[in-house]
Design a protein around this ligand. Structure first.
Ligand SMILES: N[C@@H](CCC(=O)O)C(=O)O
Length: 294
């Protein structure tokens, strides 16, 4: 079901004369980025993808900016070694805390989810709620991005620390998750929001629960849809869109490949083949998690 060889499936055989055929790198802390990958399958079905989940070090949403920046640098460096033509940070926490810095450090195009999400939100409503990880909420990245585009709207952000662990533990259908969601949404419903932004790529996995708790007129904005639209535009501008038939997505994680393959299956509709990539620091985090788990 999985392979632990780090460089298996390396894409070196794509010559630099055919940069269109190079993969797009997508990363997240875990299964959240699969909501972006699903959009990519819909909107850009010919693109080849390398998906990386930093599962040994999740959740990102309680990490410091220095830690996130370090992880993101490691991941993008690895992706560059895999010769990606573009990187999508399918993670709001990374986009909020590290996008600006790494854009100046790396020469490949790097897209984040916050600006596309903010643009879509102001097109939808005037009373905008954002649910996000503690780090993203604290950064105020959505508030700033939204108000910069449209100062004439109101924004409420709610930090939802329990969502990512519940989703990663496959507890979506647990009644406890609905109760947690109810409490996170309460203040936003009280403010009579007309629009809710998924400020974390894990949260669209909770769509049926959130929909059932929100008044029907509240519109949901999924930045995944819009970052992939932005990616399509950039590929066209750079002449990098792939028109060849697609190859299977390559999956890699820093934690347990089998676990990711199992939980990823329900979102992908197929069982992914997952490799393990070893970053020194992530290996230590995994050992600590294993130790705590025993
Ligand atoms: N998918 C997440 C990362 C969540 C986490 O690991 O806390 C995000 O968009 O922020």
């Amino acid at each position: 079901m999985y392979s632990s060889s780090i460089f298996e499936g390396n894409l070196d055989h794509f010559s630099d004369q055919e940069p269109q055929r190079a993969p797009i790198g997508i990363f997240d802390s875990g299964v959240g980025g699969l909501t972006v990958l699903r959009q990519l399958y819909r909107q850009l079905p010919n693109e080849l993808v390398i998906y990386f989940g930093d599962t040994a070090r999740l959740p990102y949403g309680i990490r410091s900016q220095a830690e996130i920046l370090k992880f993101v640098r490691e991941i993008i460096t690895w992706m560059q070694q895999q010769r990606v033509k573009m990187v999508i940070m399918a993670c709001n926490t990374s986009s909020a805390l590290a996008l600006e810095a790494v854009r100046q450090e790396f020469s490949i195009p790097i897209l984040g989810v916050i600006l596309p999400g903010a643009k879509a939100a102001v097109e939808q409503g005037k009373r905008i709620g954002v649910i996000a990880t503690p780090a993203t909420a604290k950064s105020n990245a959505y508030r700033h991005a939204i108000l910069e585009i449209e100062p004439d709207v109101q924004v409420w952000q709610v930090s939802c620390p329990e969502f990512v662990p519940l989703i990663e533990q496959n507890r979506i259908h647990d009644p406890y998750t609905t109760e947690v969601a109810r409490s996170y949404l309460a203040s936003l419903i009280k403010q009579e929001i007309d629009t809710l932004v998924y400020g974390c790529t894990h949260y669209p996995h909770l769509a049926p629960i959130l929909r059932s708790l929100l008044p029907p007129q509240v519109k949901l904005v999924d930045p995944a849809v819009h970052v992939v639209a932005a990616c399509a535009q950039d590929l066209d501008l750079l002449g990098l869109r792939n028109t060849h038939p697609p190859l299977p997505t390559r999956f890699a994680v820093s934690g347990c490949p089998q676990q990711f393959a199992q939980s990823g299956m329900q979102w992908l509709g197929y069982t992914p083949l997952v490799e393990q990539v070893c970053f020194m620091d992530a290996a230590v985090s995994q050992l600590q998690q294993d130790y705590v788990g025993h």
